[in-house]
Design a protein around this ligand. Structure first.
Ligand SMILES: [Zn+2]
Length: 185
């Protein structure tokens, strides 16, 4: 069994044997119900001994799902986690499509693209843009560090022109539109 950070309203999902489950917190003990039960009426429930060592643990399966398993479930979840990590790391430099295209080239996810299991335009484009919006550069300690951040930062890099250093070693950061360079020169 694998624990996957939740998609919507941050609910944690569990993947076991090509099916997804949510923990049922109302009952006693560790009860997990099929994640699709409201849609499919599936009543499959599994039980765990504890929440440690999920991958090596004895899992009690009660019956059968009334819908087919999804062989690429785990891979899709791994893709989802990996692309979000990458977007957060590289939010300062990449366009959304560049991040997605990078993921396409990774061998481990090749199958998902061949099967058309991951969608850029209707799904990941929005997710990536949302993370971009929420991801800001860190806190610089001085203008030199701010200079380095601004060169990479997507929001300002088009009109940030760099750092100028005076003879007394004081510095200034220059924000200017390219069209203004000529009149001012
Ligand atoms: Zn089910």
């Amino acid at each position: 069994m694998f624990r996957i950070p939740g998609k919507q309203n941050n609910r944690v999902r569990y993947i076991h044997d090509m099916y997804t489950y949510y923990q049922d917190r109302r009952g006693e003990g560790l009860t997990f119900r099929c994640a699709t039960r409201y849609r499919t009426n599936c009543s499959e429930v599994i039980y765990l001994q504890n929440l440690h060592n999920l991958q090596e643990q004895q899992i009690t399966v009660t019956g059968k799902h009334n819908h087919p398993e999804d062989p690429s479930l785990l891979l899709k979840a791994q893709f989802d986690i990996t692309i979000k990590e990458r977007v957060r790391e590289r939010a300062a430099v990449n366009e959304p499509k560049q991040v997605f295209d990078y993921m396409c080239r990774l061998d481990q996810f090749r199958l998902l693209f061949e099967n058309g299991d991951v969608d850029y335009h209707h799904h990941y484009k929005h997710i990536i843009l949302n993370i971009f919006k929420r991801t800001l550069p860190g806190n610089p300690n001085n203008l030199e560090e701010l200079n380095e951040m601004l060169q990479e930062y997507r929001i300002t890099r088009d009109f940030y022109n760099g750092m100028a250093r005076a003879t007394d070693d004081s510095v200034c950061l220059v924000f200017i539109h390219d069209d203004m360079l000529e009149p001012l020169s």
